[in-house]
Design a protein around this ligand. Structure first.
Ligand SMILES: Nc1ncnc2c1ncn2[C@@H]1O[C@H](COP(=O)(O)OP(=O)(O)OP(=O)(O)O)[C@@H](O)[C@H]1O
Ligand SMILES: [Mg+2]
Length: 236
């Protein structure tokens, strides 16, 4: 069962009388990687959380092509600052599988495999909270991917990482894309957006300001604001 297209109609989230995001209309067809860009406070994190069902919708609708229960099992989320269990790396990796009823031996095998894939093979017995920021982010990524969801949300997954860790994470994301996983990620890193994006959702003041193919967005942005943003100017 496929989750796409994802249809968003009049989606809005309001906190204490203030509109944080919306109203948003958006159709995502599952084109590979959707990169959400925009200035600080434009609503990228809130939009990702809304699409994932982790933020409350005040008005409007967000509908996956499949039924809601199934859609929920087919999504992973990587936060900007990873949340670790106070257990070993291996146990952190096994956890989502064990929650889904995978047997211990099988879960351990898959956990080792994924640890290897993200370059944590030597750290499997380390307590996860003692990992460096970059290592924690790799662990968070592997833990979100280990159940092989159809859709993976990532909120600025490499914001605090150096060039090398960023490249390593991007390599995993490219492999994920090649395997057919759909990525919906926010980033402030223009280079990263260009390397990963198939399409771009440009947010401004809580609204979708522009939604186009990566090529059109980077080569010929439609709006003044997107052009200014791409130049690195302040966008208001
Ligand atoms: N829990 C909350 N309560 C009240 N306001 C919030 C909350 N979360 C976000 N906001 C507000 O909603 C707006 C959108 O925030 P959001 O975090 O989605 O932006 P963003 O584009 O992800 O920004 P950044 O680039 O800084 O990560 C901002 O004005 C922010 O202050
Ligand atoms: Mg954010």
């Amino acid at each position: 069962m496929t989750l796409f297209p994802l249809t968003v109609r009049g989606a809005q989230t309001v906190r204490r009388g203030r509109v944080l995001v919306g109203p948003v209309d958006l159709d995502l067809t599952g084109a590979g990687a959707t990169v959400v860009m925009g200035p600080n406070g434009s609503g990228k994190t809130t939009l990702l959380r809304l699409l994932h069902g982790a933020a409350r919708l005040t008005a409007g609708q967000i509908k996956w092509a499949s039924d809601e229960g199934y859609a929920r099992t087919q999504q992973g989320f990587v936060f900007q600052r990873p949340v670790m269990l106070r257990r070993t790396v291996l146990e952190n990796l096994m956890y989502p599988l064990r929650m889904r009823g995978v047997g211990k031996a099988d879960a351990q095998l898959q956990a080792r495999e994924w640890g290897e894939r993200v370059g944590l093979a030597d750290l499997l017995d380390r307590a996860a909270p003692h990992l460096s920021g970059g290592e924690q982010q790799k662990l968070a990524l592997a833990r979100a991917m280990i159940t092989q969801p159809q859709v993976l949300f990532l909120d600025e997954p490499t914001a605090a990482l150096d060039g090398r860790a960023t490249r390593e994470i991007e390599a995993v994301l490219h492999a994920a894309k090649a395997s057919g996983m759909q990525l919906i990620l926010s980033t402030h890193d223009l280079g990263q957006a260009k390397r990963l994006a198939d399409e771009v959702v440009f947010m401004l003041h809580g609204r979708v300001h522009e939604h186009s193919t990566a090529r059109n967005f980077f080569d010929a942005p439609k709006s003044l604001q997107a052009r200014a943003f791409l130049r690195g100017d302040i966008v208001e």
